[in-house]
Design a protein around this ligand. Structure first.
Ligand SMILES: [Zn+2]
Length: 133
């Protein structure tokens, strides 16, 4: 049972979109980093809660996917710039592939990522959806 705290810590990170901030230079990172590449040994790293809102910088419509994602095609993968600055790649959901646009405002949602059929395990993670005006 010694790995339970780590499990919960990882879960908290995954469900809260936690990034890190270097208190030395104020740079924000996502995914979290142990060390600031600018400050290196002078890094002062702290967890920060990201709001999970941002806009689409660029996107791709995926028409053929690995077998375990087959039922989901076509789907949209986008590079999103978070309001806080960091960029990340995520799937856009609740959006028709003809509706996606650069500059679209999006927000994070938690969705099923994949299901491991044999073990019955379901993995959740963050995806993004358009912010309704
Ligand atoms: Zn730094």
């Amino acid at each position: 049972m010694s790995n339970v705290p780590r499990f919960w810590r990882n879960l908290k990170r995954r469900y809260n979109l936690i990034g890190t901030k270097c208190l030395n230079c104020n740079e924000l990172y996502f995914p979290p980093r142990q060390l600031c590449p600018k400050c290196r040994r002078a890094s002062k790293i702290e967890d920060v809660q990201l709001k999970g809102r941002g806009e689409v910088l660029t996107y791709t419509i995926i028409h053929s996917a690995p077998k375990r994602f087959e039922g989901q095609t076509p789907y949209i993968m986008a590079i999103i710039q978070l309001e806080e600055g960091p960029k990340l790649t995520a799937q856009i959901v609740d959006c028709d592939p003809t509706e996606i646009d650069i500059g679209m405002k999006v927000e994070m949602v938690f969705r099923r990522i994949q299901e491991d059929g044999d073990a019955g395990l379901i993995y959740y993670g963050y995806k993004f959806r358009p912010i309704a005006n």
